[in-house]
Design a protein around this ligand. Structure first.
Ligand code: FSX
Ligand code: SF4
Ligand code: F3S
Length: 397
């Protein structure tokens, strides 16, 4: 960052830290992390710091429909104090059924007042799916159906954000029961875009990563518009890549080392979970790079040893059986990884193995390489054992 930008960021941090009672350094770290998550160039943290300092807190109306409130919980339960402070102080949360003190008519009045006072300027956040069957009677708030409420609140909103898979595309409540003749969920649970008939920004995940929501809001504050999205309304900074592309177990996948059962040797050694039904190869999300709950790297489903169930992906999460293997889409073999069959420091050198893997992958072509590796779990282990044996024979000799 240039000296002027550094100074600017520092000034903003000073102001924000006294306003929100958070540590200056922590705030600057937050700005840098958000800029990184958004994929912004160096120096953007200064713009973010300034926006948080100066921007008038936008009014936010937050609706809850068919859901478990996990989206709100994940925002509020994050370990990092900055998160809850920022989310509650940077925006003006004027209506949120589970967080507001008001109830009944008072709460409804707060929503209507905020909407009238900020007409055309407020942000509407929707959490939960919207039931459509039988005129939407399965979810009512203050006597109004979810369908009517979301339409009313969206009419004068500056932006609509669907948080969580339920609001994005129906999520768990939209699961079609496996009974003959069923072609929709019992309540006809739908996503916000389907109800409004226009695209909205979606932050899918069950629950979604709170930092993806926060970064979207910060983008709105800093640039006055929502971030670029794909055709499903998902911000590209968070959902532009497959989980499989950034997974820390990817080297095992490429080397054909898979956990075959929960608790087997491969599982305990942290091998790839593809054969246990991991949906990372067909799920777009930044879970491996962001992690969850501020608990450090590796704290995400696959990092903890559970296959990704594709909770953020329409047609995969809650729909495709957990044990079913993923469809391989858009897989590029990572040239930067070494084969992991050889141990580092023994046999082939790390760099040599990496070079060999790169040449082999490039020569064989991604698809061929992947197909070849797919059944290698056991062969790789046999090969490893044979090499281990050869090495110990050599040492003994
Ligand atoms: Fe729950 Fe939210 Fe899942 Fe849905 O997150 S965590 S059921 S996405 O709407 O509350
Ligand atoms: Fe990671 Fe799953 Fe891909 Fe294996 S299949 S590399 S565990 S995302
Ligand atoms: Fe969900 Fe898979 Fe991420 S299960 S949280 S999309 S790793």
């Amino acid at each position: 960052m240039g000296e002027k930008l550094l100074l600017d960021a520092d000034k903003s941090a000073e102001a924000v830290s006294s306003r929100l009672h958070i540590d200056r350094r922590e705030f600057l770290q937050f700005c840098a992390a958000t800029a990184g998550t958004l994929g912004l160039p160096a120096g953007a943290e200064a713009a973010i710091a300034k926006a948080v300092e100066k921007a008038k807190r936008p009014s936010v109306i937050w609706l809850h429909f068919q859901e478990c409130t996990g989206c709100s919980e994940s925002l509020l339960r994050a370990e990092h104090p900055t998160l809850e402070k920022l989310i509650l102080d940077v925006i003006s949360l004027d209506y949120h059924e589970t967080l507001m003190a008001a109830a009944g008519h008072q709460a409804e009045k707060a929503r209507k007042d905020a909407m009238a006072a900020n007409k055309g300027k407020y942000v509407l956040v929707v959490e939960g799916a919207i039931p459509t069957k039988q005129n939407g009677i399965y979810c009512k708030v203050g006597g109004q159906t979810a369908v009517d409420l979301v339409k009313e609140c969206a009419a004068d909103a500056a932006a609509v954000i669907a948080i969580g898979s339920c609001a994005s595309w129906g999520g768990m409540p939209s699961t079609i029961p496996s009974i003959s003749g069923a072609d929709s969920s019992p309540t006809g649970a739908s996503g916000v875009a389907d109800i409004l008939g226009k695209p909205v920004v979606t932050i899918p995940g069950c629950p979604p990563n709170p930092y993806n929501f926060l970064s979207t809001v910060v983008h709105f504050l800093t640039f006055g518009k929502l971030p670029a999205t794909d055709k499903l309304g998902r911000p590209l900074f968070a959902y532009g890549r497959l989980i499989h592309e950034n997974c820390e177990r990817r080297a095992h996948f490429d080397a054909g080392r898979f956990a075959m059962e929960f608790g087997d040797e491969g599982h305990r050694k942290g091998y790839c979970l593809y054969k246990l039904g991991c949906k990372g190869p067909e799920t777009y999300a930044n879970c491996p790079t962001l992690g969850f709950g501020d608990a450090g790297e590796g704290n995400w489903p696959v990092g903890c040893g559970h296959p990704c169930i594709g909770c953020s992906e329409k047609g995969i999460g809650f729909q495709k059986p957990i044990h079913q293997v993923a469809k391989m889409i858009n897989v590029a073999p990572p040239l930067q990884y070494p084969r992991i069959v050889e141990e580092q420091g023994k046999g082939a050198s790390f760099a040599a193995a990496a070079a060999l893997a790169a040449i082999a992958a490039a020569a064989a072509g991604g698809a061929a390489m992947l197909t070849r590796n797919m059944g290698l779990s056991h062969k790789a282990e046999e090969l490893e054992k044979a090499q281990e044996g050869a090495r110990s024979n050599k040492t003994e000799a």
